[in-house]
Ligand binder design. Structure first.
Ligand code: CMP
Length: 147
């Protein structure tokens, strides 16, 4: 069925947003909302709270606050899983091996596991939380149904 998911273009890839947006539309997603923002340290720590304590957490937060990010609400059939498929594996070096045409293979930095270019919600539950995080002015119902 039709779902919504949260997509992010991370700081290093923002200068390639036009190419990434072209992929988004070519893959059949509808861009429901788009917002360019600078995350504060507290914002980034909240967004990535589930990774607190992991060895890469500090590097990830520093990276995610180093420049603007662009957040999108994408809509489409099976959007959560399908967007993850378009992203490819989390690690760019793995993405280049296993999914060379994926966004992370094309727009990520293979020398830095944080700089993987793009993000996508990993479940419907995460999508609801992440959409609310970046688009707090939408009611949850609007975020889910577009009405
Ligand atoms: P993302 O899908 O945004 O979710 C968590 C992020 O942590 C991930 O993409 C990477 O940017 C970053 N990260 C850095 N190192 C690792 C790692 N070893 N494993 C998973 N994610 C990592």
């Amino acid at each position: 069925g039709v779902q919504r998911t949260l997509a992010l273009i991370k700081p290093d890839a923002v200068n390639r947003a036009a190419e990434i947006e072209k992929v988004i539309t070519e893959e059949g997603f509808t861009i429901v909302e788009r917002r360019q923002v600078t995350l504060s340290q507290a914002d980034a720590e909240t967004f990535y709270a589930e990774h607190k304590g992991k060895p890469f957490f500090e590097t990830l937060i520093e990276y995610m606050t180093s420049g603007d990010v662009i957040a999108f609400i994408l809509s489409g059939d099976d959007a959560v899983a399908r967007w993850r498929q378009v992203l490819g594996p989390t690690k760019v070096s793995v993405a280049r091996q296993e999914a060379p045409s994926s966004l992370r293979a094309r727009f990520g930095d293979p020398g830095n596991d944080s700089k993987n270019g793009t993000h996508g919600s990993d479940s419907l539950t995460s999508a609801q939380r992440e959409i609310k995080f970046f688009f707090p002015d939408l009611t949850l119902e609007a975020a889910l149904t577009g009405e």
